[in-house]
Design a protein around this ligand. Structure first.
Ligand code: GH3
Ligand code: MG
Ligand code: MG
Ligand code: MG
Ligand code: MG
Length: 311
């Protein structure tokens, strides 16, 4: 484990440090509460051994603050053991109320210290498995199973946040609505399995273009999502007007260049997409207006022959 040892006494810290290292742990030392918080934020710590009496911020206060920092993360819980010379009832109660997990005396025997460290390693291992599983579940909940792109739910959440940010910064916000042309006929002609493969390839191509799109060498910060069925959305949160138009035509070209055979797609003979793209000032309109405009322009792109972008 990586242990954060918080103690204002250099002598005690050196003794404890040597013992913990002899059990195979890695130790970081902080000589006061604030230094402990700084180290905790800078490094991945598995366990904290916390002194109580320290000049400035004491151990109770430092513990309360560390617990507040952990508050945003669902599985974050770093075991904190108080180490003190005065293990009175009132100290024990205050320690637990501040968010401490255990309490040991400064004169603790080597055997007991080692046993407690073992128990805490088990907690640290469990916590790390939970946090990994949680991250995996979160990722699964945000992604579309077929294409691996962000799903509609995740996109809506992202758009809300980015829209607010763009409004505060007074920057334009762009959206491209992408729809595969005559895709019903593709399924009818080639079958649904081939249809799925085709959607995967188109999604991949769009994602690749969006990830590599640059505006004068600056990455756009844009992302693609599966909006539903054979429709995709590309969110361009911080684009100068016109940038979204360039991206839209490069997407149309890139999908056409895949040359995926589609005999029933009019004269094109290959799979194509149509795009409606809108760019609006977030302080002057609602996000629904952005989607409505993009949708109208997509309809126009379909009407005027497909395999094109209207922006
Ligand atoms: P348009 O050019 O006007 O967009 O015509 P279209 O045929 O693409 O539009 P329409 O909305 O009539 O048909 C969309 C088709 O997309 C129908 C649906 O079966 C198919 N589709 C939607 N999701 C999936 C999917 O996940 N896999 C497959 N294979 N097909 C899908
Ligand atoms: Mg002290
Ligand atoms: Mg459609
Ligand atoms: Mg349709
Ligand atoms: Mg379509």
């Amino acid at each position: 484990m990586k242990i954060l040892l918080v103690d204002d006494s250099r002598a005690i810290a050196m003794v404890m440090c040597a013992r913990l290292e002899s059990f195979g742990h890695e130790v970081r030392h902080a000589a006061n509460g604030q230094a402990a918080i700084d180290l905790f934020q800078a490094e991945a710590i598995d366990l904290i051994l916390m002194d109580i009496e320290m000049p400035g911020m004491n151990g109770f206060e430092a513990t309360t603050r560390i617990r507040a920092l952990e508050g945003h993360e669902p599985w974050a819980w770093t075991p904190i053991i108080f180490v003190t010379a005065t293990d009175t009832d009132s100290n024990l109660v205050t320690a637990i109320e501040a968010g401490g997990d255990d309490f040991i005396s400064k004169t603790v025997s080597e055997a007991v210290l080692q046993a407690k460290m073992k128990a805490m390693s088990r907690i640290a291992a469990l916590r790390s498995r939970l946090s990994q599983a949680n991250r995996k579940l979160q990722d699964q909940a945000n992604r579309d199973g077929l294409t691996g792109l962000l799903n509609r739910r995740a996109m809506d959440l992202q758009v809300d946040t980015l829209w607010e940010q763009a409004a505060r910064a007074g920057r334009p916000f762009s959206l491209l609505m992408v729809d595969v042309d005559n895709f019903k006929r593709y399924n009818d002609h080639y079958g649904h399995l081939a249809g799925d493969e085709c959607l995967r390839a188109v999604a991949n191509c769009i994602d690749h273009c969006v990830q590599h799109a640059h505006d004068d060498r600056t990455a756009l910060g844009a992302f693609a999502a599966r909006y539903g069925g054979e429709e995709f959305a590309v969110v361009v949160p911080d684009a100068a007007p016109g940038v979204h138009a360039g991206l839209a035509s490069s997407l149309v070209e890139a999908v056409h260049a895949l040359r995926i055979p589609h005999e029933k797609n009019g004269d094109f003979g290959v799979v194509t997409i149509s795009i409606g793209g809108a760019c609006i000032d977030p302080t002057a309109g609602h996000v629904k207006e952005l989607f409505r405009q993009a949708d109208d322009l997509l309809y126009k792109a379909k009407e005027s022959g497909r395999n094109r972008a209207e922006v």
